[in-house]
Design a binder for this molecule. Sequence first.
Ligand SMILES: [Fe+2]
Length: 515
Amino acid sequence: MRFTRRKFLISAAGLAAAVPLTRLLAQPKFARNPFSLGIASGYPAPEGVVLWTRLAPDPQAGGGMPDAAVEVAWEVAADDAFRKIVRSGKELAAPEWAHSVHAEVAGLAPGRRYFYRFHAGGVVSATGRFQTVPAAGAPAQRLHFAFASCQQYEHGYYVAYRHMAAEDLDLVVHLGDYIYESSWGRNHVRKHDAGESVTLAEYRNRYALYKTDPDLQAAHAAFPWIVTWDDHEVANDYANDRSQFADPREAFLTRRAAAYRAYYEHLPLPRRMQPRGPDMQIHTRWDYGALARFHVLDDRQYRDHQVCAHPDRRGGGNVVQPADCPDLLQPGRTLLGSTQEQWFSDGLTETGARWNVIAQQTLMAQVDRKPGEGQSFWTDGWDGYPKARERLLSLVAAKRVANPVVIGGDIHTSVVADLKTDFDDPKSPVVATEFVGTSITSQGISAKSVETWRAENPHIRYASSTRRGYTTVELTAKRCHARMRAVNEKDDNSSVNTLAAWTVEDGRPGAQRGG
Ligand SMILES: [Fe+2]
């Protein structure tokens, strides 16, 4: 059924401000809730934010929308009853972007709490909230954020997100593996009910499945997010234009284009990040007044291929001993690509922030995985790109970057590490602190392996792989305080508790237990 424009405006009662008229292509009456995938906000700025939703009345069947653009109205209010609407507008949700909406709101006030919601076809979405950040360079007392990664849907319930939504946070940072392209692991509590995602339609359905989870929706509605991806948003262990099986390049780039497009369609990303074919720039900087600058990195899209692949595959990660893999130490190898490395370096120079949070996908510290004599390394992480890591950490040291803290995910293990330019030299100074968070649900490595990590690598101060959850970080002028929050992902009623807490003091790299 087609609504007239007048009827639409009446049905979307509460829409206060006048909006420019655009051609109404279709205004369907929805048989089911079009906001089945929830709502989200992202990339809060001093005066703006990105608001996201996607219309999908039939989420598992491609969304269930007509092949036409649909008008979606949004409102931002100072109160959750929407009595004081401060900004409103309309977007066209287009079929070529899976009827997703990325509304860029401007004209807000710095450091304020706001509420938002959407209207489409007479239906009102749930209400979300976000806080704008302090003005550029303005003093800020405190930033409290959580970071998360690795949420294999089949491995557990998103009870971690339910608890995260109840915390008092300003921001959530997601560090990758937001979806998994394939089914794996044991003791599934629920199923993908679909094979490996390869096409755009398949990636869209996979995001739709994950995003129907009410706890994930709650964490999006409660706080603004900033995000980066790891490999599983596309395919396990991919590197740039190469899959772990070294599929034909053109075919893999077609798959990557589909995966990146679906990623954009399902997250509250600014429009400047919209992909073009297989390319999508998501590395960015995010500032929280004078207190913190986040350097958000992309270590998948531009990296050199992994060296010394497993004999059963032609690409992807492998565990190797440096003596058997001299290519590992090639000086020019890069994980970020030269353009992003230069951009990262520029961003370090101009920062006046008290804390510099380097948000990236995986463990940065070296991990010798071989018990006793000799060393062996996993080539898909920074250990596969040791010279690139040395360049990055040398830069951080040389530029005297204020309070560098690296956060990461990927390994389904909580880790606290001292980062050094030479991990094999016990006298090498600590140049930055690293916190890696455990997974939201994805199954971890064995406790025995983690014991070896600790025994072989004195710069690894803490490591625990047995629990799932997320990490909260409180930044003030004086300290950075991280709490590893743990749940039982198999129990949908699980409580949350703090497994460990570590503190970094201002001006003193390296974490101390407790605080
Ligand atoms: Fe993962």
